[in-house]
Design a protein around this ligand. Structure first.
Ligand code: SAM
Length: 214
């Protein structure tokens, strides 16, 4: 019934988060979305943006995924349903409220193929010892990528977590122009990856960067 009604009008539930302010769960066109005051966090345009990136990656060669920024987990739905990706995904999010929302509102279930860790992504990559074939970096607080994720020491740790032929998919910015910090990250990636592709205005808004082949 709720999903039928949502074709007529969105129904919104709000939850307070220490990190992202007010989280809004909204029904839109028969599907639940997770939004903050100014940004779509999960499902909706965010999901289309990451799907655009995933479409460009040879997922048949990917045996493990690290997702930095779980949100409501829409990219996990895309991987599982649109790309039939059945292997292990490790997802990190700093916000326990977001993890609760992912589980309770978006039916994410932890099992042998989905590990969810509540931790600052910065600390996770510093202490991590595993390598992953695909690292998806989707770290936002509302409309902003926190500064720490545009610093090269974070990216050095990301490289250490990437397998030798690994791929990085970075949802980099909602800004109209690239900042100097983002240009520095791009130069760093170009110095370490075999190919680096930069896609601007994906879905009309975001800059998405894909680095492949260390
Ligand atoms: C756009 S949402 C992620 C959406 C998600 N990838 C999806 O597919 O639905 C951004 C997420 O980054 C998380 N985040 C922001 N800063 C973080 C940090 N320092 N460490 C870990 N997660 C962080 C936020 O809590 C939020 O859940």
């Amino acid at each position: 019934m709720t999903s039928l009604l949502s074709y007529l009008y969105p129904i919104t539930k709000t939850i307070k988060s220490e990190y992202s302010g007010t989280l809004e769960i909204t029904w839109y066109n028969g599907k639940k979305h997770l939004n903050t005051k100014n940004a779509n966090y999960s499902y909706g345009s965010l999901q289309r943006i990451l799907k655009f990136g995933l479409d460009k990656i040879a997922l048949n060669k990917v045996n493990s995924v690290l997702l930095l920024g779980l949100g409501g987990g829409s990219v996990i739905e895309t991987l599982r349903k649109d790309f039939n990706y059945a292997k292990v995904i490790t997802a990190i999010d700093i916000d326990p409220k977001i993890i609760e929302v992912a589980k309770n509102e978006f039916n994410l279930v932890e099992d042998q193929t989905l590990k969810i860790i509540c931790l600052d992504a910065l600390r996770f990559v510093q202490s991590n010892t595993e390598t992953f074939d695909l690292i998806i970096i989707d770290l936002f607080i509302d409309v902003t990528v926190p500064d720490a994720f545009l610093k090269l020491n974070f990216w050095s740790d990301v490289l250490k977590a990437s397998s030798s032929n690994g791929t990085v998919l970075f949802n980099a910015s909602l800004e109209k122009t690239k900042s100097q910090a983002l240009n520095d990250v791009i130069d760093f990636l170009k110095a370490h990856f075999y190919t680096v592709d930069i896609f601007e205005k994906v879905n009309g808004t975001n800059t998405v960067i894909i680095g492949s082949g260390l």
